[in-house]
Design a protein around this ligand. Structure first.
Ligand SMILES: Nc1ncnc2c1ncn2[C@@H]1O[C@H](COP(=O)(O)OP(=O)(O)OP(=O)(O)O)[C@@H](O)[C@H]1O
Length: 581
């Protein structure tokens, strides 16, 4: 592929996030220092109250240090609030910045632009939301505070080395517990996600094909399949939850025991005269501060794991989008010259060629029909022509430029495509026909008239303003196809590629299609259409015959039809409307 190896749009967005997030995280680290230093205030205050105020009995001193402590704690609270808000904003910014690149990369994975298969497994938007929630929640601040644990332990050790040592022992125990928790629950968390996704996939497939499911009674077996996948993940989840609960309980137990032991040791040291009573209370507070983030970290461990998995999936998806050029140059409007040069397309993850070296040139304003048996590669060739699928080798050109490098906004203006088994998008009919650009009413009506669906649209409840909810699901197959045809020929198109445009059309629709072909010809638009109907194929300037991924014949309709499908064609030509050209 010509553009392989360039810096992809996804990679650029990811690099931007990583670059711009760095100073913010440094700032948060500074906040963390200040917050954790301020967390020493209660301990220092306690020592002052016990060891200075109670001994001297000077009430002014008490007032004075209480005011200082209150001011310091107010600063601490403000910094905490700012940190939480800043993290929430960072999460929001990451989601906003990566939303469109993630969408584009997920599409790119479908188009074969993303280098590795399966890069968009799962639900990328859920992953983005998980990252955002992680940043906005309490987990990350707890983790930011964890590295400051040694500060509190050192302070304990300053009060008395034994207290520091005791704190260290409990910290090691709690960390060991966290690691054990990770080992016990991480594999389970991965399995749960896979099982849940499988169940979701079965449900989504069943919902998309609800008529087939209902008519042939497929509900039960599909429900059983989903249930099996879900039950497997539920069992694993139950097991992981049990283990996680034990670990959380053990963590809490350790912390309370640590507090009691510190007080006991502090009391003993105080009785022996090694430390003051203030030191005893302060060390107890310090130790609970030291262990608090660790304790929270255990509870938050699963969230952290899941967020890491989400972030890995996002970075894999975006990082693999190497062939998606971020901002291709805007070229002049194309004349409509199509050229395929040695196009090879291998099926994902296999050596089987779907297209086995197709070369072809279509002149501006020319019309070409592609015919051939099912599975011969006609639809795939169309996808390559319009830049929906990236060839494994070779290149598809539009007016000399690699079609993959044509900007989206230019394709939207100049390329029309009608896919096989048309699905529309939800939205008003006028917006759907206008490809979600600002609809030009005259052009919308012109396109509809061109393919003969103007009257049909006027007959819809709100005419051109009718909302096609559920991607036009309430329309008949023929109605959907005609609206899709209008969308394909809308505006200033220079190339129109149609994959079986008459598949769902009635006689009147077929006549309109024939009229549309003639109108496109007059406008000098290049047309490529796939059809099984020789009557339609013979209306084109040339016919190409596909077989086993190759273009085996190419020539004027009379020659090709006579050579290949003359008996069938003559039968069809007699019966097809518009055939008597
Ligand atoms: N994404 C894919 N992964 C693997 N194989 C694929 C993929 N897309 C298409 N194929 C295979 O490539 C071959 C050509 O498919 P294509 O849809 O292009 O054929 P076609 O000539 O348009 O057939 P029809 O006339 O039935 O529409 C088929 O064997 C199909 O199974």
């Amino acid at each position: 592929m010509a553009q392989q190896g360039t810096s992809g749009a996804g990679e650029v967005a990811l690099a931007r996030v990583r670059r711009e997030i760095r100073p913010a995280f440094w700032l948060l680290a500074v906040f963390s220092i200040a917050i954790n230093l301020l967390l020493l205030v209660p301990s220092i205050y306690m020592m002052q109250v016990y060891d200075r105020v109670l001994r001297s009995a000077v009430i002014e001193t008490l007032v004075y240090i209480t005011l200082i402590a209150a001011a310091a704690i107010a600063v601490y609270a403000a910094l905490e609030a700012i940190r939480l808000r800043a993290l929430a904003r960072i999460g929001e910014w990451i989601e906003d910045t990566l939303f469109e690149p993630v969408f584009a990369a997920a599409m790119g994975a479908e188009r074969g632009l993303v280098r590795q298969s399966g890069a968009n497994e799962g639900t990328p938007f859920n992953d983005l939301r998980a990252v955002r929630s992680f940043l906005s929640g309490p987990t990350l601040p707890a983790l930011c505070d964890t590295p400051w644990m040694p500060l509190f332990l050192v302070c304990c050790a300053v009060i008395h080395p034994y207290l520091g040592l005791l704190g260290l022992v409990f910290a090691v125990l709690i960390v060991a517990l966290a690691l054990l928790n990770d080992r016990l629950t991480r594999p389970a968390a991965d399995k749960v996600a896979v099982g849940h996704q499988e169940a979701q996939r079965v449900l989504a497939e069943a919902a998309r094909n609800v008529d087939t499911v209902a008519a042939m009674g497929l509900g039960r077996p599909l429900a059983e399949r989903a249930s099996r996948a879900n039950a497997a993940s539920t069992a694993v989840l139950g097991d992981a939850t049990d283990k996680g609960a034990v670990m959380v309980g053990a963590g809490k137990f350790l912390r309370v025991v640590a507090q009691i032991c510190t007080l006991a040791l502090g009391a003993a040291l105080s009785l022996e005269g090694h430390i003051t009573p203030g030191g005893m209370i302060a060390s107890s507070i310090l130790l609970s501060r030291a262990l608090a983030p660790l304790d929270q970290a255990i509870a938050a461990w699963r969230g952290l794991q899941q967020t890491r998995a989400s972030w890995r999936r996002i970075t894999t998806l975006l990082g693999a989008s190497g062939a998606m050029v971020e901002d291709p140059i805007a070229l002049p409007a194309p004349e409509g010259r199509i050229a395929l040069e040695g196009v090879v397309l291998l099926a994902a993850g296999s050596d089987k060629p779907i297209l086995a070296g197709v070369s072809l040139a279509v002149a501006p304003g020319e019309s070409l029909a592609l015919i051939g048996p099912s599975g011969s590669g006609k639809s795939t060739l169309c996808r390559v022509m319009v830049g929906s699928r990236a060839p494994t080798r070779g290149v598809a050109r539009l007016d000399g430029g690699d079609v993959m490098l044509w900007r989206d906004d230019q394709r939207r203006r100049h390329v029309g495509y009608l896919a096989q088994g048309t699905e529309l998008f939800s939205g008003r009919v006028r917006d759907v026909i206008a490809r979600f650009d600002k609809p030009d009413d005259a052009r919308v009506v012109e396109a509809a008239k061109l393919v003969g669906c103007h009257e049909m649209v006027l007959g819809l409840p709100q005419g051109y303003d009718t909302e096609l909810s559920n991607a036009g699901g309430f329309l008949s197959g023929g109605q959907r196809q005609r609206i899709a045809l209008a969308r394909a020929v809308y505006g200033d198109v220079r190339v129109v590629v149609m994959d079986e445009p008459n598949a769902s059309l009635d006689g009147e629709g077929e006549r309109a299609l024939v009229g549309a072909l003639a109108a496109l010809k007059r406008k000098g638009v290049t047309v490529v259409l796939v059809t099984h109907k020789p009557a339609l194929a013979q209306l084109c300037d040339r016919i190409g015959v596909m077989a086993a991924g190759q273009l085996t014949r190419l020539g004027p309709p009379t020659d090709i039809l006579r050579e290949l499908v003359a008996p069938v064609a003559s039968a069809d030509v007699r019966t097809m409307p518009g055939a008597a050209r």
